[in-house]
Design a protein around this ligand. Sequence first.
Ligand code: JB8
Length: 260
Amino acid sequence: MRVDVVTIFPEYLAPLELSLVGKARQAGLLDVRVHDLRDWTTDRHRTVDDTPFGGGAGMVMRPDVWGRALDELLADGPARLVVPTPSGEPFTQRHAESWAGEDRLIVACGRYEGIDARVVEHYRDRLPVTELSLGDYVLNGGEVAALVVVEAVARLLPGVVGNPDSLVEESHGADGLLEYPVYTKPAAWEGLDVPDVLLSGHHGKVERWRRDEALERTAERRPDLLARLDVAALDKHDRQTLGRLGWVVVGNHLELVRPA
Ligand code: JB8
């Protein structure tokens, strides 16, 4: 897969040389190209921004500079355009899974007050475009989101993660629950013991304990995930555990009932 990242801070993307993503690139599994938006400016000062029409604080990125950059990259062929913005849709593992099956992404990193809205309006009629949020907080630009998207997608590409089993049993995986807690040696540390069941060698009991821990953690930390869970994925024991946590099946979903 190919990913083009366009930014006024190409050095910000240096971590994409490292670790698993760096190895995937070296192995030829992932082609990441980082571009300086200022390469598409035409003035002496390499200007990428201007004052907002209608007034207000800050500066807005010019659509003409972005248009030249994106048109040149798109001359190589079609791509999905990803535009990080705090007003985008929340990035999830579902986006990463879907995009890992695509040929090409272009990530357009804004700065200042963002990119002139006509850029997304123009390319939406020509390409799949996703305005994407990393969460409900505000960063200074889209570069961190570009790092997040490349890492989340790259690890799902065939051959990038050595043991593909690592990809199936994890948080925000298909079962819609958070991961259970994990432990390794030493079995006793700072007065804290690893739960006995994990040392028992009883595979069935280990699996049940992990499932209950995942359900409890999700109920405690991410009730929004439980409320969106498909109850078809829950066995009788799951429903018992959730019942003790105050969650009951109503139709095809879960609801939290407070004790009377
Ligand atoms: C200007 O918070 B963010 C984010 C913030 C930004 C821009 C893009 C993304 C562009 N500020 O993810």
